[in-house]
Design a protein around this ligand. Structure first.
Ligand SMILES: C[S@@+](CC[C@H](N)C(=O)[O-])C[C@H]1O[C@@H](n2cnc3c(N)ncnc32)[C@H](O)[C@@H]1O
Length: 248
């Protein structure tokens, strides 16, 4: 059984007791603990609000989060969080750092994150329309529109819809830079279409509110780490052989 633990994320000079009602010592509300009462073993984020990644990404670490968080510094409220291979941002959403620099070489992905951060309700409205129309024909029409569209809330909703309905959730473009993955809802393990709700997009937007997002390769994003920087690096696996499906 999990026990609720409060007051564990405060700066060292403040009380770190686990009492919630009897303690009279000052309890500083740190950025990471704001509004939070964290279950033991849960990520040390700035809020206890659960925010799952809104994309399904190849190599995503959502299921490994409970393991990964054990290796985080016990209090990262004073640290600047950097994630250079963002993907779906599994660890980022678990931690929800106050200040973050997030990047990925995939500009389509970063454009989508920017739109969700800045216009979650609009993205959600467009997504609802895709939810209602979902079919193979609709998928092909959305894919065509995606390949001629540009960064915007409508484009982000298309990206999320394609991500959730394409074959195996993979992202692949042809030599012209066009997304060309076939429809995959008929072959995916989860038959029900699960698109992120408005609430989950709002939560993601809130989590991203202090994040700078850049579509750059890790060599450019890495900068010169100082003692207040925390880096999480989850690069892609190298291709197994010369004919592997994916190139990175
Ligand atoms: C294993 S995935 C990251 C998954 C992520 N940690 C998650 O939990 O969803 C690797 C990511 O690295 C990105 N990537 C590939 N080459 C890159 C590069 N040279 N610089 C930055 N990002 C790159 C890919 O676009 C992909 O999103």
């Amino acid at each position: 059984m999990r026990t609720m633990v409060k007051h564990t994320l405060y700066a060292r000079s403040e009380c770190v007791c686990r009492e919630t009602e009897s303690c009279t010592q000052p309890h500083k509300e740190s950025a990471l603990s704001r509004g939070a009462s964290r279950a033991e073993g849960e990520p040390r984020g700035r809020t206890s609000r659960k925010t799952a990644p809104f994309l399904s990404w190849a190599g995503g670490k959502q299921r490994l989060v409970p393991y990964l968080v054990q290796f985080l510094p016990s209090d990262i409220s004073g640290l600047i969080y950097h994630e250079l291979f963002l993907g779906a941002g599994s660890l980022f959403f678990a931690v929800q750092p106050e200040t973050a620099f997030l990047s990925d070489a995939n500009a389509h992905l970063i454009d989508c994150f920017v739109a969700v951060r800045d216009h979650p309700d609009l993205v959600s409205r467009y997504l609802s329309s895709h939810r209602k129309q979902d079919s193979k024909g609709h998928y092909c029409a959305v894919r065509d529109s995606y390949n001629t569209g540009r960064g915007s809330a409508a484009q982000a909703a298309r990206f999320i819809y394609l991500n959730k309905t394409c074959f195996n959730g993979i992202f692949r473009v042809n030599q012209k830079g066009e997304f060309n993955v076939p429809y995959g809802r008929d072959t995916r393990a989860k038959k029900d279409l699960v698109l992120p709700s408005r609430e989950s997009l709002r939560n993601a937007s809130q989590a991203l509110s202090g994040a700078s997002l850049s579509a750059v390769s890790y060599e450019k994003a890495v900068g010169s780490p100082g003692k207040n920087d925390f880096y999480y690096l989850d690069p892609p696996y190298p291709p197994l052989n010369g004919t592997s499906y994916f190139t990175h």
